[in-house]
Design a protein around this ligand. Structure first.
Ligand SMILES: [Zn+2]
Length: 262
């Protein structure tokens, strides 16, 4: 897997390759140098910077291990979720190389959406159960908005809020990442961007780490791991160079920050 698997075409200069040999509904973006098959974005398996083969070759080479979350032979949803969470956080690079993902972006998006909704909700439950600081903040929030509520309504709205905003935040992030990678020369669709974001969202688990002496430790660690995961995903799943991947992630962070303020 050294010289013979180098990609001979980079995205952005790929017109004229025709359709993907594996997923014929997609245009090919590169040739698999192991078997020369024109390969689309979904069927490509990037093994490292500038090294990509088709999914059939990847399977033949023993790289067919599915992400536990996408593996229907896993015993329980909870176990597959936790295994995937751990693997994605431990080493984004190994995670991207070692596991094959489904052609559909749905499993990755579902995983990301669960992380984005579940962990902040658990954090709200923890705050409500361990003191009245959140209750006080909620009273202020509703008073500022001029809405009269009961404590139960306030608590319920705090519990529902993280999950309710998942579709909107996820969609905004996917569009932002899509735009950032387009600017830097990668060729992907919004659904590909949504798929790339799914597993790096495992970093949301760090919202469960409470602030230490007023320092938002969990948020800081989570952000670092999220961006690390996203760079890993971009490096492995696109042909962006490390510099451009970093640039895309910084552009994405800027866009996400602006969206947060709006
Ligand atoms: Zn091949």
């Amino acid at each position: 897997m050294s010289q013979d698997t180098h990609t001979n075409t980079r995205p952005g200069r790929t017109s004229g390759l025709g359709a993907c040999a594996i997923r014929t509904d997609e245009p090919a973006v590169s040739l698999c140098t192991r078997c020369d098959a024109p390969t689309g974005w979904t069927a490509r398996r990037v093994l490292g910077q500038g090294v990509a083969i088709c999914s059939s070759c990847h399977r033949e080479l023993g790289g067919a291990r599915l992400v536990p979350w996408e593996d229907s032979t896993e015993d329980s949803v909870v176990a597959s979720f936790l295994k995937t969470l751990f693997a994605a956080l431990r080493s984004p690079r190994i995670f991207s190389i070692a596991y094959t993902r489904a052609a559909s972006p749905l499993p990755a998006v579902a995983f990301g959406a669960v992380c984005m909704g579940l962990f902040p909700t658990l954090s709200v439950i923890y705050l409500l159960a361990t003191g009245d600081s959140l209750d006080i903040a909620l009273v202020e929030l509703f008073d500022t908005a001029g809405v009269s509520t009961t404590p139960t309504t306030r608590r319920l709205s705090a519990l529902i809020a993280p999950s309710a905003r998942v579709p909107f935040v996820y969609a905004c992030h996917a569009c932002t990442l899509w735009l950032a990678t387009r600017v830097l020369g990668a060729r992907m669709r919004i659904r590909d961007a949504a798929r790339l974001l799914g597993y790096p969202y495992a970093a949301y688990v760090f919202v469960l780490v409470p602030p230490v002496f007023g320092i938002p430790l969990g948020f800081t660690i989570g952000s670092i791991l999220f961006f690390n995961g996203l760079i890993g995903a971009l490096l492995m799943d696109t042909d962006l160079t490390p510099g451009r991947s970093l640039g895309a992630v910084m552009l994405f962070a800027l866009g996400a920050a602006i969206l947060q303020m709006v």
